[in-house]
Design a protein around this ligand. Sequence first.
Ligand code: 3EB
Length: 345
Amino acid sequence: MGNSARIDNSAYNAASHDRLRITLTAELPGPPPGHELLSAFHFGRHAVEAGTPGIVSTGIDPVKEDDLYECWWYDGPVEHRQTGNAHIAECGDFAVIVMQVADAEPGDFRAVTCELYAELLAAVSRTGHPNIVRFWNYFSNINLGEGDAEKYRQFSIGRAEAFEACGITDEVVPAATGIGSARDSDFTVIALASKHDFHNVENPRQVSAYHYPRDYGPRSPKFSRAGCVSVNDQQLLLISGTAAIIGHESMHAGNVELQCEEMLNNLRELSEALAEVGQIEADAILDARSTVRVYIRDPSDVEYVKARVEEFLGGRSDTVAYLHADICRRELQIEIDAAKFAGPV
Ligand code: 3EB
């Protein structure tokens, strides 16, 4: 699949009245008519063009392509500003807050994470969008360090401490992704907040991450498995990073084929649960029009994983990004997350 096919097929294929459109392209496109850029997630090594606010380089590279831009376009004005380390994009229904700081050693990562999250949460509270609906966390060397000294576990402690200080309880935790960049990069956290209510959803097949037993670290990872934001008669459906975990246990250590199957089983179950709170059929949550990020530890697995994911989505898709990344448990080979903005049926 060439880059031009991506642009032709995926750029502006949503219904024209959608408040939010999400596109995936090899180059940064211009806005669809009437829309402004809320956020552009850049995957790849090229330096992003200065002067366009709202672009964030995630530090994660695509498996096969040089660069990919997942753009979130809002059907209305978007205001961009910066306070301290926080870059804020705010519109009528959402705010996106981007924090990017220098990477740190595993031994310092708990404090760096807690500090970053404290500043981020303070920035959110100064927007008109108090409900945090999703976080994306990207940082290097996620599996560096043994046992509780591992960078991911230290991250989880720092995040839990910052949430605790701000009164973010397990009942209201947002959806999230926590993924390792395969190369050295900044520590990047992106938050999506809204003035609309967020309904979080758990996966009946999995123990809630915030209830993981002590074996996985001193503080549990604070995130929900999925969630839904209703924007008038439309809704944003969010699927958190999903891997081959049943209960709280990683399945099929190191086996990408079997992990792929368990991951897709988890997505199926999660879609059913999400359909119960969203005004949408379970089958319509994850299809070839959904925006999907597939994180692959070993890039040579991409062809196999791509075939399975496209089969699952019901056809070839130009809105799936295959990314080279480390998963937060070292025995896991793949993880997937997704978003879908859907109008009334
Ligand atoms: C898991 O299910 C896999 O720490 O924010 C998925 C999504 C995972 C989010 C996070 C971690 C996070 O436990 C890992």
